[in-house]
Design a protein around this ligand. Sequence first.
Ligand SMILES: *Cc1c(COP(=O)(O)O)cnc(C)c1O
Length: 400
Amino acid sequence: MNANNYIEIENQYGAHTYHPMEVVIERGDGVWVYDVEGNKYLDCLSAYSAVNQGHCHPRLVEVMTEQAKTLTLTSRAFFNTKLPLFYKKLCEVTGYEMALTMNSGAEGVETAIKVVRKWGYQTKQVTANQAEIIVCDGNFHGRTTTIISFSSEAQYKQDFGPFPAGFIRVPYGDVSALEAAITPNTVAFMVEPIQGEGGVVLPPAGYLKKAYDLCKKHNVLFVADEIQTGLGRTGKLLACEHEGIRPDVVILGKALSGGFYPVSAVVSDRNILGLFKPGDHGSTFGGNPLGAAISTKALEILKDENLIERADELGTYFQERLAEIPSPHVKEVRGKGLLIGIELNDSANGARRFCEALRDRGILCKETHATVIRFAPPLVISKDQIDWIVDHVTEVLNMP
Ligand SMILES: *Cc1c(COP(=O)(O)O)cnc(C)c1O
């Protein structure tokens, strides 16, 4: 079968919730992926930062196949030999006391919402059913009905209501708006350190620190959604470290399993996560030994291969080189570590055509928000590979 055959079959039988680039990937290895026709591409999306460790990392292949032969699922009705060690590793790496693992990122966010509400009622003593959570304009926290209810993207919500109450949205990057929105019922402020899906949007320097201080002042929990920015992507383990803050609750996902298996987690301290009691929350697959074994190894790889330092150094280099590209189309190059966006001028006529031109040259990028090209390659990328990408981006951005 050729690429068109696969695309036709998917379009016929699958619901059309995405608008994929027309490339049918068959195989991956490190930063590279190969399509069914044998063409090779450097992956600059990394499955939205889920493949920080690189495609099909041999150590993850090994642990996954071994564990798959040994034990895959017990449910949490019983203990297993992998989850305890994953929890310990995750807490040691992140510096928190407790963790709770789920599958998708959205489930991690839902878990955080539940636990901060419970903290609000039991610890902060908010009146029953009055808890408020403050979120930001331009946020992306996932696709469940509760999460889309507080999205500012009209299409994410259109025809999916009715929605639950208890979420208040403020402009991203605006500390006074946050302060004005805090009431005695506010239990948490949930924020992405960089808005990835929002178009690689960085808040003003100092914003996260000021927002964190405000939360402390008003007894509000600071919840960082680090599903995309966490685990090395921005050149720190957690992007919040760039401003020296330690969130009360951190949500992780994506690269937590190196792209092998859906694993997300909420990490926090005992005074918060310890509020969950048996029966309060759960998931059949959450905490399964297969995911736990893979994720434990995926965390080890970040450290063993110095991927966080690499993201810092190579990300700075990549961003500098992209910023030097002379092009009439570029409005701004921004980012942190290896999470970089090139925002194009309105006259550029959208980012998609540039992504398609890059694809034809063997580089896979995806536009975000119509006018931004996102570059988020696996953290195992080399300097030479970055130079090669920059050469092609330079030519493509000089198309008429
Ligand atoms: C991808 C993402 C999510 C949702 O994760 P899923 O695994 O797709 O449910 C939530 N928050 C952020 C910041 C993300 O980038």
